[in-house]
Design a protein around this ligand. Structure first.
Ligand code: NAD
Length: 479
């Protein structure tokens, strides 16, 4: 028999209870898997390992390439890093896939939905690059790359194609972040052309989220950036009825990780009452990924039949629809008893045997012609009057490179700012050549030397480039 080796971790809180229950179901389904167990989470963190996973465990993970994990508890404070964020980045798990489905009338929800959220997993504000450089202002760097966008958008379209989905919706905030979110939207439009059979649309994330909360049935597959995906996937799971009911996968080129979407629920740990359904859903996604299609299908249909029969854990129990309130182990036994049965009212699942989702490798483009045309010099200054700082800085010029404006938190305050604009101690001074011609790195150094000679504290610089003549920086408000 061709057994597939996977790595599992039982995690913290309710983790061991729901993992044991889920493994019993997997075993009873006849899935051909073998298991290596590693330890992750609180115990590892508290032993002094700030990443929550022992170095030796990475070898097991890398060897097996499939990781099925229960939730963990990240201790507060003390510089502990999120294991999920570390695993996603270290193993290149670029796509987070979360199916969000309602099971009414058996699980209470005001909605009908069957949507899949595909969230970019490695970039955006989650790069974790934050700096405080003045007393009043802290910044977080949002990094969006062309390969990152291409990979996730292509994955979303391939996912839709392989799973017979009809529409892919892009959500971004490119009306405000025209460069970063603008790139994501542009790439969605570009790659979308390769999938003429799939319907496409775009929503600004704020109204898109509101629409998910109100009318989720209008969505099919949603692809979005990391932070927005984090938020909308929890909204969608919550309005589907319970965070205890959904699983997710994290997919990379050669590696994948599967889990429940909820946390370790420490307040109910050890009582045997947690709902193992989220982890069961994670297991179904994992079995599909490794080609154990038959086991995935019988587990999913038995699980739907269990819900339909009203065998419910406390988190979804409702006296008018439920027939029996059960604990974690009893719920798993009810699923095992129903292996081979199908639901009568909920939709029976029939999975296609596929070779998984393959995306084309990223192809580097011919590099654009890049031209340096200016620099934003950020300074820390404790005054609040923009004209005062304008008078101080505008005489500092080099060749024909002059101060064109000063902004504070993105609002132009010099020249011709409003007295009403509130200013912090974090100022951006934009320098450009008068005729719009290129400048050199040496010119920037000369400018910085001038600032230094006049005892103005420079906290950072951002170069202003054009790419094939197209401006590669934001113009901002009032410019
Ligand atoms: P949580 O998801 O653990 O709990 C939120 C609420 O949902 C609680 O009321 C909990 O009792 C309930 N709940 C969650 N799962 C349930 C289940 N299977 N059955 C029944 N009820 C369930 O979120 P939290 O309280 O914010 O976080 C607790 C811990 O989990 C924290 O340490 C957090 O860092 C961690 N966490 C881990 C992961 C992960 O490992 N993937 C994800 C999220 C949170």
């Amino acid at each position: 028999m061709n057994m597939k080796r996977i790595t599992i971790a039982k995690g913290d809180g309710i983790g061991p209870e729901i993992m044991d229950a889920t493994l019993e179901i997997i075993k009873a389904s006849g899935a051909k898997i073998e298991i290596d167990e590693i330890e992750i989470g609180e115990k590892v963190y508290l032993s002094g390992n700030t990443s929550g996973i022992a170095d030796a465990s990475w070898d097991t993970l890398k060897q097996n390439k499939v990781f099925f994990k229960a939730p963990i508890t990240t201790p507060q404070g003390g510089g502990y890093k999120s294991l999920n964020v570390t695993a996603r980045k270290a193993l290149g798990l670029y796509a987070n896939v979360r199916p969000c489905v309602t099971y009414t009338p058996f699980v209470d929800s005001k909605h009908q939905m069957d949507l899949v959220i595909i969230r970019e997993n490695e970039e955006d504000l989650y790069a974790g690059i934050e700096h405080q450089q003045t007393d009043e202002v802290i910044q977080c760097l949002k990094l969006i790359s062309r390969p990152g966008c291409e990979k996730i958008v292509r994955y979303a379209f391939e996912y839709a194609k392989v799973n017979g989905r009809k529409k892919v919706t892009c959500m971004s905030k490119d009306n405000i972040m025209k460069q970063t979110d603008g790139l994501f939207h542009t790439i969605f439009n570009e790659i979308g052309l390769e999938y003429p059979e799939i319907e496409k649309d775009h929503w600004i994330i704020d109204i898109g989220s509101a629409r998910i909360a109100d009318t989720p049935e209008v969505f099919d597959v949603i692809v979005t950036l990391n932070l927005y995906g984090d938020i909308i996937s929890d909204i969608a799971a919550q309005i589907a009825g319970s965070v205890g009911l959904a699983g997710s996968s994290n997919i990379g080129d050669g590696f994948a990780m599967f889990e429940a979407i909820h946390g370790s629920a420490p307040t109910i740990a050890g009582q045997g009452i947690a709902n193992p359904s989220g982890l069961i859903q994670g297991a179904v996604l994992m079995l599909l990924h490794i080609g154990e299609t038959e086991s995935a299908e019988i587990i999913q249909n038995a699980w739907l039949k269990t819900l339909e029969d009203g065998i419910h854990t406390a988190d979804i129990y409702k006296s008018d629809v439920s027939s029996k309130k059960v604990g974690t182990h009893e719920f798993a036994q009810a699923v095992i008893e129903r292996l081979g049965q199908e639901p009568q009212q909920l939709k029976v699942v029939k999975y296609k045997k596929t070779a998984g989702i393959q995306i084309k490798p990223y192809q580097k483009r011919v590099e654009a012609k890049k031209e340096l045309i200016g620099v934003d010099i950020f300074v820390c200054w404790n005054g609040t009057n923009a004209n005062e700082i304008g008078e101080k800085i505008s005489p500092l010029t080099h060749k024909n490179i002059e101060l064109s404006m000063i902004s504070n938190r993105g609002i132009k305050v010099w020249p011709n700012g409003f007295d009403e604009t509130f200013c912090t101690d974090h100022w951006r001074c934009r320098y450009k050549s008068l005729d719009g011609s290129s400048i050199s790195q040496g010119d920037i150094i000369a400018l910085l030397t001038l600032f230094n000679q006049h005892q103005i504290e420079v906290i950072k610089t951002e170069n202003l480039y054009t790419f094939d003549g197209k401006i590669g920086f934001s113009l901002g408000q009032g410019q």
